[in-house]
Design a protein around this ligand. Structure first.
Ligand code: HXC
Ligand code: NAP
Length: 292
């Protein structure tokens, strides 16, 4: 069955929630998520908190994080700490992880969700544009994972979930920057799973397909030629929603996945298998502004 659970397009909590997993599957756990103030990261934070988890949401925009934390606490009754950091700056990561450990005394789960993206042809990308996406997505994921390892996971174990994408599987047009960045993160997932397994750390990637109500979709979605046909022609014939991604993350973080490490869980309704990726139709497109 592929009926989606209800969702809302804005960065607000769900109006109602029907439990599929045990409601206390993450009771007394603490999770730290980069990019937790918006989009997919916000919904992961909400679903984790609904399952008993205390949460740290971290990114650059302190105001948006504080607003998000208020909504999450009101909807779930769990604690949520909003901390500003830039995943490109190890000092800010260290300060945030220190604060989180001081507040909660432990961290069990790290979700690397921070990312940056836009549509741009390879020949139009500036050197700095390419580097910026690699810095945020790939190096940022390494930076936060390394700080977490040194500060806590090395001695206590933990779970790491890296949010990636399917863009690189078939070389998606206008996405060389994000595709290579996320491919490197999937490789990092396997390396760290191997190196840190004996520290009782599981490391997995979760690769969403096109997800409604997200900044990613606003930037990459409807203005591509044949977008609707691409979605309707995909195996499950629809966009995914944020709750469906959060359920994938919940599975990977939970004891249900106790023997799962070094993998990529693709949650895309089969989209990457059939997406047209038509180079002739997209050849005329150089770049789109990030904010449309
Ligand atoms: C071409 C662009 C561009 C665009 C920025 N640049 N936007 N180039 N097309 N639309 C270039 C700039 O000109 C600059 O190069 C360089 O990128 C860095 O830009 P800054 O604005 O200085 O960077 P910064 O402030 O660090 O912001 C990073 C950002 C921004 C990625 C550019 O958009 C951001 O903060 N994004 C976060 C939110 C986000 O992207 N969410 C979507 C995630 S979706 P020059 O040479 O001029 O200095 C996702 C998707 C998935 O990841 C898959 C969906 C299917
Ligand atoms: P989003 O809401 O824009 O999420 C990106 C988050 O990253 C924002 O909360 C942003 O917050 C944070 N961020 C960006 N740069 C940062 C930095 N330098 N340091 C710290 N935080 C930073 O977009 P989304 O669409 O929900 O995407 C969430 C994740 O899913 C991303 O990893 C994305 O690649 C992945 N994904 C999305 C889709 C989709 O269809 N939407 C598909 C495949 C994969 P600040 O601005 O506050 O820093």
């Amino acid at each position: 069955m592929s009926h989606p659970p209800p969702d809302v397009p804005s960065d607000d909590c769900l109006r109602s929630y029907n439990y599929l997993f045990s409601p206390d599957i993450l009771r007394d756990k603490v999770a730290f998520i980069t990019g937790g103030g918006s989009g997919i990261g916000f919904r992961i934070a909400e679903i984790f908190m609904r399952h008993g988890c205390q949460m740290v949401i971290a990114s650059r925009n302190q105001q948006r994080l504080s607003d998000a934390a208020k909504k999450l606490i009101a909807a779930t009754g769990q604690q949520c700490l909003a901390l500003s950091l830039d995943v490109r700056d190890p000092q800010t990561i260290t300060a945030a992880v220190d604060k989180a450990l001081k507040t909660f005394g432990k961290i069990d789960i790290l979700i690397n969700g921070a990312a940056g993206n836009f549509l741009c042809a390879a020949n139009s990308l500036s050197f700095n544009a390419y580097k910026t996406v690699i810095d945020i997505d790939t190096i940022g994921t390494f930076n936060v994972s390394k700080v977490m390892f040194e500060k806590y996971f090395r001695d206590h174990g933990g779970v790491i979930i890296n949010i990636t994408a399917t863009l690189n599987y078939r070389g998606r047009m206008l996405q060389v920057h994000a595709g290579t960045a996320k491919a490197a993160v999937d490789a990092m997932t396997r390396h760290l799973a191997v190196e840190w397994g004996h520290n009782n750390i599981r490391v997995n990637s979760l690769a969403p397909g096109p997800i409604s109500g997200t900044e990613g979709m606003r930037r990459l979605g409807g203005h591509q030629p044949d977008w609707d046909r691409n979605i309707l022609g995909s195996p499950l014939q629809r966009l995914g929603n944020k709750t469906e991604i959060a359920h994938g993350a919940l599975y990977l973080a939970s004891p249900l996945a106790s023997f799962v490490t070094g993998t990529v869980l693709v949650v895309d309704g089969g989209n990457w298998l059939t997406y047209a990726n038509d180079s002739m139709k997209l050849l005329g497109i150089e770049t789109y502004p990030s904010k449309l």
